[in-house]
Each structure stands twice: as C-alpha cells, then as structure tokens.
Design a protein around this ligand. Structure first.
Ligand code: SAH
Ligand code: SF4
Ligand code: F3S
Length: 482
C-alpha cells in the first residue's frame, strides 16, 4: 500500500534545497535518473530486499525507506541472494538481535562475491551504538551504507551520496535534529496502520538501551497526528495503532499540554476510523483518565499491553520502573473493574542481576494474579552502557534458563485458560490475510486474538462476525456468523 505525499518539479542541475522534506524529494529525483539508466542497461528494474528487526518503531522507519526505494524505481523482492540492494533495519534491545545481523552479514558477503554491484545497507538502533558502527567500519568493509535512527529520513540523500563516492558511507547523528514527515511510505496493509505519536524515551529503565539509541522523548503535535490519520482514512485505513515507547506520557513535552486520553478522543472522531489501538503503556503513567476513556470509548479496542517486567518490588525499584508489585496489581484491579472484558498482556523478564528465587516467585505470583491473556517473556540481556550491565551479580545462565522455562510454562497455562473464555461467542473480526490453506482467512478480534475461518478474498480488510468455535490455545478456529 503506497502513500505518496508530494511531487516536486526540480531543476536537478541546481543545488539541493536546504529545507525538508524538499531536499529529500530532490535526491529522490536524482536517484530516479540513475535507476532509470540502470534499468535501461539491465532491461529490468533493480530489486531490493529489506528486513526489519525489532519493534514497531523500526517497522515505521522501514516503511519510509521502502517508500523511497519504490518511489525511485526499485522493485521489492524476497530473494536476499539475488537482490541488487539488501537492507537490514537493526535492533539492539537484546544481544540475540545483534547476533542475527552479524550472522546474516557473513552470508551476504558470500553473495556479494558473485554479484559485486550488490549494495548492502544497515540502519536502525544497533547502528546508533558507536562500537557497532565502528565494528562495521573496521571489519565489514563490504557494507556500503550505514545510518542511524535520527537521520532515517535522509535515506535518499545518503544513498545518492554513497553511489556518487562509490565507497563505504557511515553517517550517524548523536542527537535528533527535528522531525521530518511527509515522505513516501510503503505500508504492509491497506486497511490498518501504525502512527507514531512520540519518539524516544526518557525512562532509563536500568536494563534498557532504547533511550540511548532513540534519544529523548518527543511528542508529535496533535494536529500533525490528526492530519496523518485523516490521510490514512482517506486511503482506506480503518484500524489505527498509536505508537510510542510510553504513550501514557504523551504530550508532556508539548508547548500546549495534551493528555494521551485527549488525543485518543480526537483521533477516534476521524471519519472512517473504526478501531483504535495503542502501544506501549508504562504502568507508572497509566492515568484514571485513560482507564475511563477505555471504558467509554466505542472504538478503542479492549486490549492493554502493560509490561510488568518483574513481580518483585525490590527488583522493580532497582530497574527504575517507579512502581511496586502492589501498585501494579492495584492498577490491574482498577482496569478490570472499569473494563471487565479487557485483554491484558505484558512483557516479563527473568535473570535481572541479583534476582533471587524469591524475587522470581513474586513474578510468578503476578502472572497468576494479573491473569494475562498472553505475555512476551525475555531472558535479561546485558546491554553495554546501561546501569544494570555494570553490576557484578549477573545470574548464571543455567539458573536463568530454568526460571525462563518455568515462567513460560505458567504464562502459557494462564494464557490458554484466559483465551478460551470466548469459546462459542460471536466476535467482530477484521479479516487480515489469507492463510497458506486456500479459502481459510485469518483475522483479529479487538482483543488481539487471532481467528482462522473459511471466507472469501472480497472480505479482506472488512469487519465480519465470526463464531469462535474452537480454542487452540492462542488462536481460534471459527466460521462466519449471520
Ligand atoms: N517501552 C516499552 C518496551 C520496549 S522494549 C516498555 O517500557 O514497556 C520491549 C521489551 O523488551 C521490554 O518491555 C522488556 O521486557 C524487554 N527488554 C528491554 N531491554 C531488555 C534487556 N536488556 N534484556 C531483556 N529484555 C529486555
Ligand atoms: Fe526501555 Fe523502559 Fe523506555 Fe521501555 S520505558 S523503552 S523498557 S527505558
Ligand atoms: Fe529494538 Fe530499537 Fe525497537 S532497539 S525494540 S528496534 S526501539
């Protein structure tokens, strides 16, 4: 699904404009000339392979990079081996995200030997770490272009510069320099979309690298967000997910204070928007106003992702989370009282430095009491530069693995039980994809639960009523209901 915001008529012999996004459209026009020339020689358009690691923030930035590549004449391919350009949008939240990228680079180096004009581009959070960019410079000279999270919008300009100089180009900014919007964007779905409402994070949880690679928290102006949602709606989007690392603190940095609940109320008024979602909520900032909004809104989905991280008040204090076990459970109680059918999900970590078996049992207790529909479970990963990484009481791997296995088993047991509560009911489902099995489609309820059911291709992107007949753990088998 393509969004094209602007078209400009440029004198390409003149110097590049200094204002954004005009400057980037100028470089897109320059790139388009080069790509057309290449296409004439190759007798087919050049191709690109783009893979995104990490969270929805990265997904959004990849949409812009893909939008620009499409705009200048590349065609997307799912063959990493054959593609003329391979791009990885990297994540560094846990060590294994980094390992994956390095593993893949080894393979691509090999592909490049038989395809020397192949270009390799790395960007995103991992590149924002100085040591990683340095490692690419010294050990991976076959990587052509590297940029970070703050200058993602400059992709057209950087790619052009890299082609011109024909040597590795690494350009990373330590700080963000303003928000540039209205660039082309290639979305995965025509009917649902994510919208950034803020960037960065100010929380500095002691284990987390995100504030270092994404910079300080910045909220977008409500008018800019509403303009984007209106445009998406005009293009056929009916489900919008508002995105930020801590959406509950939205608006605090704006000259004219706006609360997150106030923003949601405005967004849901946009004509054509049928469902509203949001991610992620930090428990310390979840307001009564937002709970009241969730209870009364007819459009906001009854799904709340409320990461707890740990159930131990002692560990939570050390993590700098600003809530304890009791406060978290009280919040859960209040939400369930106001919105009884809420689907509650979480992120949980084991093996934080100094975590004892007692601390871990507190986490298990929260899982039982909070009754999550589902939760992402993680093994603590030591991230260089974060306060927790400096601690000497890191937990031995075998102990962590054992806790992880026990946690996962409990999360699955509670989740299966919770998810099965809809058996036999009829729910509204947004039809999203056709499954591998022809004629069987997959959709999502407002609770974020998947359902598979027989339907037809005309129903893609539509809301249909589905009887959820059989719960298979975390998804349902069902059939269309009258
Ligand atoms: N802003 C969101 C989380 C973004 S990162 C929030 O605060 O809820 C997504 C998840 O990754 C976190 O919730 C946490 O559970 C996990 N995570 C972050 N840093 C981690 C680390 N060093 N090791 C393991 N998991 C981590
Ligand atoms: Fe990381 Fe904490 Fe910010 Fe979430 S709120 S991104 S866990 S620092
Ligand atoms: Fe990863 Fe960056 Fe998101 S580190 S989780 S992609 S903000």
């Amino acid at each position: 699904m393509k969004t094209e915001d602007k078209s400009f008529d440029f004198d390409l012999m003149a110097p590049a404009p200094q204002t954004e996004p005009e400057r980037q459209y100028y470089f897109m026009a320059k790139l388009r000339e080069k790509i057309f020339a290449l296409e004439a020689i190759q007798k087919q358009p050049p191709t690109y392979f783009l893979e995104t690691f990490g969270c929805q923030m990265n997904e959004k930035q990849s949409e812009v990079v893909a939008g620009i590549l499409d705009e200048v004449g590349f065609v997307r391919t799912d063959s990493e081996e054959k593609a003329d350009v391979v791009l990885f949008n990297t994540c560094t939240v846990r060590e294994n995200a980094n390992m994956k990228v390095y593993g893949r680079l080894g393979l691509i180096k090999h592909h490049k030997k038989s395809h020397p004009s192949k270009r390799i581009v790395l960007f995103g959070c991992m590149m924002q770490e100085q040591e990683e960019a340095e490692r690419i410079r010294t050990q991976y000279p076959f990587v052509d272009l590297v940029f970070g999270t703050h200058n993602n919008y400059q992709f057209a300009e950087l790619y052009y510069k890299m082609l011109e100089r024909d040597a590795q180009l690494i350009e990373i900014w330590q700080e963000p320099r303003g928000i540039v919007e209205e660039l082309p964007s290639e979305r995965n779905y025509s009917f649902k979309a994510g919208v950034n409402i803020m960037y960065g994070c100010n929380n500095f949880c002691s284990y987390c690298i995100v504030p270092y690679v994404r910079g300080r928290e910045r909220s977008r102006e409500p008018a800019a967000i509403l303009r984007e949602v209106e445009k998406l709606s005009a293009e056929g989007v009916t489900e919008v997910m508002l995105l930020g690392q801590n959406v509950n603190s939205y608006g605090k940095t704006l000259p004219q204070k706006v609360s997150f609940a106030e923003l949601m109320r405005e967004v849901e008024k946009v004509e054509g928007i049928h469902r509203l979602r949001f991610m992620t909520s930090h428990p310390k900032d979840l307001s009564d106003e937002l709970i009241a909004y969730l209870a009364e809104s007819r459009k906001c989905c009854h799904h709340l992702h409320l990461p707890v991280q740990s159930g131990s008040s002692r560990v939570l204090k050390d993590m700098n989370r600003h809530y304890d076990k009791e406060q978290y459970l009280e919040l859960v109680r209040k939400i369930r009282e106001a919105v009884p059918d809420i689907s509650l999900t979480s992120d949980i970590m084991v093996g934080y430095p100094g975590e004892t078996e007692e601390d871990f049992q507190e986490t298990m207790d929260v899982v039982r009491k909070a009754q999550y529909d589902t939760a992402f479970t993680f093994i603590y990963s030591r991230r260089a530069g974060t306060p927790a990484a400096k601690r000497e009481d890191q937990i031995p791997e075998a102990v962590v693995q054992d806790r992880f296995d026990r946690l996962l088993a409990l999360v699955q047991e509670v989740g299966r039980e919770r998810s099965s509560r809809f058996t036999g009911t009829v729910q509204e489902v947004l039809v999203e994809t056709e499954s591998k099995e022809k004629g069987i489609f997959t959709g999502r309820t407002q609770y974020n639960l998947l359902a598979h059911f027989p339907a037809s291709a005309q129903m893609l992107g539509k809301y249909v009523r589905v009887r959820l007949s059989e719960c298979k753990g975390f998804y349902y088998l069902g059939e269309l209901a009258e």
